[in-house]
Design a protein around this ligand. Structure first.
Ligand code: AMP
Ligand code: ZN
Length: 115
């Protein structure tokens, strides 16, 4: 599916808006969150515009899995002793950017349950 010129994360993928890119391949771009909630807070996005993780999972289980494997690769590279991967899906779950993105959080002890 095409990129959307109105979408913040599509514009980051295209290089129109700067971001601190940590990984890029054909299907996945990962960059540091601008407002990090942990020492490692990376967002991993598919290089196609899709609103949320539920839609992405239906459209491409393969790319959904690639987001998780890329997150695991970054966690391993950084030697994180533990990490959390999560999607916020829908405004009620805290989603604020409507291009699916996997959060990778680590580098500190993480509380459970989340708020
Ligand atoms: P969510 O609330 O799950 O939709 O997550 C959106 C995330 O995008 C938040 O953690 C924001 O801090 C992050 N964010 C917003 N704008 C940018 C940006 N320009 N570059 C990097 N991260 C951003
Ligand atoms: Zn987008």
């Amino acid at each position: 599916m095409a990129l959307d010129s109105q979408c913040l994360f599509c514009r980051i993928i295209l290089g129109e808006i700067p971001a601190d890119i940590v990984l890029r391949n054909d299907n996945v771009v990962a960059f540091n969150d601008i407002n990090p909630q942990a020492p490692t807070h990376v967002l991993l996005v598919p290089t196609l515009h899709v609103e949320n993780a539920a839609e992405l999972a239906q459209l491409s289980p393969t790319i959904t899995a690639e987001l998780f494997s890329a997150a695991a690769e970054i966690a391993t590279q950084r030697g994180l002793s533990g990490h959390r991967t999560l999607f916020n899906t829908g405004a009620d779950a805290g989603q604020s950017v409507f291009h699916a993105h996997l959060h990778l959080l680590g580098g500190r002890a993480l509380a459970w349950p989340p708020g």
